[in-house]
Design a protein around this ligand. Structure first.
Ligand code: NAG
Length: 761
């Protein structure tokens, strides 16, 4: 390209304020003069610009993180091979390369609207001293890992997540080309999956038949909980016992983990297995991973690969975040605009066929990972694949906030039909009030991303989408019990100046304020789902009610919807309001609670404070130890930071609400999540996911560890250190090598030099 662009962080704490200084450096690589005007740069940028230092350029935030920069009269043309530096002041600080602008492209003003010549750049974020200082000192990392000592193979768990009970015996089973598989009919699916896996490992598919020895058998027995199993390995037989198919499936996963890592890419004729008697059962019934494919897309193939990974570590739910402000990823055949418009990002003067770039997606319409969607057939295939692996897929359709893509898509539909003079049909699924003058700004910087819940068409829309999604579950023969309707981060100021809201308030006397509108929306969607035999899932906001205490607004668990099967996903965005105990308060009040705390389970957060570590860090940093030391029933004892990254007062718990016996029965389980603002490839997804996911799986499946049960802090710390030590050894010895080979191999994070376990240890 004729122009190259660099971004430089010059200094944090600009003139002692909570500001930083950075610069764009434009280099003219052509032989001609690069003009002083007539162009504009567009890009995604996660920080707020306070001022451009010498006023050579005008910085504009278009929406969200989407920005532009255009030259002012003070900008001078750039001579061939010369550079122009545009310095600016930004709010806050920048700590990593993740803070650099991305997806930069240039648009010439004079270009005709239809054929906009866009020049696309890769931004080169220059390592400046400021960021160099933030690179982790290898010494410190090394010190931390020095506490890890080698343990003998005997001390390691047989596989992860750690099984409930193992009795090792003296003997070997020889798995080879003569091994066969037999099964009780209920386990046909599980036996077939094992057969396929063994074909890879042994280079020959074991036959389904019966013989006297050297066989694997699947036996249905009665009396075990659905996900429990027994895996008995003797010299002549591998016996899998379970009551339900899920249990048999988990026995297969355990068995697979006893096979050598390399066997997943290089088959072998024979594998020796030590004999043992294993009984196993999960600690939590809900063990979930949330994947955001809206901010950036992941292909169907990648989703199937992730499902393989989840299954291996006995995670049983995929919470699929399919829609958000920046993308709608599921084809809804009756509403084609949702994907024709909502799944495509790119440069445009109006947004009737695409939505604007975001998170580095650049100017070209339709390019991965900013654009993309699953066709109905793709989605059905994903559902079938997951269902066969005992993973249920919970679809999330964000309402009423985080809904910009849907709103724009339905606006495009409205405009098309209005042109065709079909005004009644045009407003049928409309999500915004065209006469609304409310002023608001969402956390991510949008002023047009909230559905107007006073409009009946919003419910017509939700109903239509829900019914179409249900059809897909029927086609896949996959059970659907809930729809996750989002509900998070509806900004203040919304619905305040909307004629549609005024109309509703006249008709419906229970709606007097915009707060009431929130409960009106909840009760509508609750009814809508209930009619279809579905319960409502949503982020913690769906379970909260605003009230006043001594004149000050506070939030309490909303009594209206407690005990209505609502599943509240507590991510704890309200620690700043002193509601660290929200998860327990909601559970005590009768809500079903999924623990999804930012501090321990937001895997999109960077591993460590290091300029080279990708990821967000608004909620602190998150390495594989944070999910490991998570304590589901006693958060505060093990949490060290608040979601805003501040150190937590260790005594905070004393003043907070504790989980009651009843509340404990309402904690359904836990969930790890990856938001994808910064995930722009399959590899970056795997980097953020692994090995964190394995720690998460350990917490979700394995029984309560001894350290967590102890109340004596010295004992607790000693036991914890031992446990962590063993876990890290297991990771290094077996899990990471397996991840090199399993399902095509995963790009797990390798810590920077110096942070590795000591050689020989
Ligand atoms: C939260 C937002 C989410 C965003 C994420 C990034 C929730 C429920 N909401 O602010 O949209 O992607 O943080 O870590 O998490």
């Amino acid at each position: 390209s004729k122009l190259s662009l660099q971004w430089k962080l010059l200094q944090n704490k600009y003139e002692g304020r909570e500001e930083f200084e950075a610069a764009f450096v434009l280099q003219n690589k052509s032989k001609q003069l690069f003009p002083a005007k007539g162009w504009r740069l567009y890009f995604s940028y996660p920080r707020t610009v306070v001022a451009v230092t010498d006023q050579q350029a005008l910085f504009t935030t278009i929406n969200g993180e989407f920005c532009s920069l255009q030259p002012t009269a003070l900008f001078t043309a750039i001579q061939p091979s010369a550079t122009a530096t545009i310095r600016y002041i930004g709010k806050g600080k920048s700590f990593s390369y993740t803070d650099a602008p991305s997806g930069v492209y240039l648009v010439w003003d004079a270009a005709p609207d239809k054929a906009i010549p866009i020049q696309q750049f890769a931004v080169d974020a220059v390592p400046q001293q400021e960021l160099d200082l933030l690179k982790r000192s290898p010494q410190i990392a090394f010190e931390r890992n020095r506490q890890i000592h080698a343990v003998t193979a005997d001390a390691l768990p047989l596989f992860l997540p750690s099984p409930m009970q193992v009795r090792k015996t003296d003997g070997t089973f020889l798995l080879n080309h003569a091994t066969v598989i037999s099964f009780d009919e209920v386990f046909a699916n599980e036996a077939t999956l094992l057969q396929t896996d063994l074909a890879v490992v042994l280079g020959k598919q074991p036959a389904f038949t019966k013989q006297q020895s050297n066989f694997i058998s699947f036996k249905q027995i009665s009396g075990l909980p659905a996900e429990s199993y027994r895996l008995l390995i003797t010299a002549s037989e591998i016996r899998i016992e379970a009551s339900a198919a899920a249990g048999a499936f988990y026995a297969v996963q355990s068995l697979k983990q006893l096979l050598p890592s390399e066997a997943w890419t290089v088959s072998r004729k024979e594998v020796q297995l030590t004999t043992a008697d294993i009984t196993d059962a999960p600690r939590f019934a809900y063990r979930s991973f949330m994947l955001d494919v809206a901010r950036n897309f992941q292909t169907k193939q990648q989703v199937l690969k992730i499902i393989d990974l989840l299954a291996l570590y006995k995670i049983n739910t995929l919470h699929f975040h399919l829609t958000d402000d920046e993308g709608w990823r599921l084809q809804i055949p009756t509403l084609p605009e949702l994907t024709n418009v909502g799944a495509h990002r790119g440069h445009s003067q109006n947004e009737n066929d695409r939505i604007n770039p975001a998170y580095g997606s650049g100017g070209t319409r339709g390019s991965f990972p900013g654009s993309g969607f699953y066709s109905k057939e793709d989605f059905v295939e994903i559902l079938k694949y997951a269902t066969a692996r005992h993973i249920r897929v919970i679809p999330e359709l964000e309402t009423p906030g985080h809904a910009r893509a849907a709103i724009k898509a339905m606006k495009a539909r409205y405009l098309r039909l209005m042109k065709e003079n079909k005004s009644a049909e045009a407003t049928r699924f409309l999500l915004h009030d065209t006469a609304d003058r409310s002023v608001y700004r969402s956390v991510q910087g949008y002023n047009d991303n909230v559905m107007n819940v006073a409009l009946p068409s919003v419910y017509t829309f939700i109903e239509e989408v829900v019914d179409q999604v249900r059809n897909m579950y029927v086609d896949a023969n996959s059970p659907l019990q809930t729809i996750h309707l989002g509900g998070d981060e509806v900004p203040a100021g919304v619905w305040q100046q909307s004629p549609a809201v005024e109309r509703l308030m006249k008709e419906n006397t229970t709606v007097k304020t915009t707060d009431d509108l929130w409960y009106y929306y909840l009760s509508n969607v609750h009814t809508l789902l209930q009619k279809r035999n579905l319960y409502l899932s949503g982020w913690e906001e769906v379970a909260m009610r605003k009230t006043k205490l001594d004149g000050k607004p506070i939030y309490i668990p909303n009594p209206d919807f407690a005990n209505k099967q609502f599943h509240a996903y507590v991510w704890n965005n309200v620690w700043s309001l002193g509601m660290e105990d929200l998860a327990y308060r909601l559970a005590n009040a009768g809500y079903k609670v999924v623990l999804a705390p930012v501090t321990n389970f937001y895997f999109d957060l960077a591993y460590e404070k290091d300029a080279d570590e990708p990821g967000l860090y608004w909620g602190g940093y998150l390495d594989e130890e944070k999910p490991f030391y998570f304590h589901p029933f006693d958060y505060y004892r093990t949490a060290k930071e608040t979601p805003d990254g501040k150190l937590l007062d260790p005594n905070i718990f004393e003043r907070k609400e504790r989980l009651t016996e009843y509340g404990r029965s309402n904690i359904v389980g836990m969930q790890a999540q990856i938001w994808s603002e910064k995930i722009n490839s399959a590899e970056s997804l795997e980097h953020m996911l692994l090995p964190k996911l394995i720690s998460f799986a350990e917490r979700a499946w394995a029984k309560e560890p001894a350290w967590a049960a102890s109340t004596d802090t010295t004992v607790q710390q000693r036991l914890y250190q031992q446990h962590w030590n063993v876990f890290v050894n297991k990771l290094a010895k077996d899990e990471l090598p397996r991840l090199d080979h399993y399902a095509g191999g995963f790009a797990y994070r390798i810590p920077p030099p110096g942070a590795v376990v000591e050689k020989g240890a």
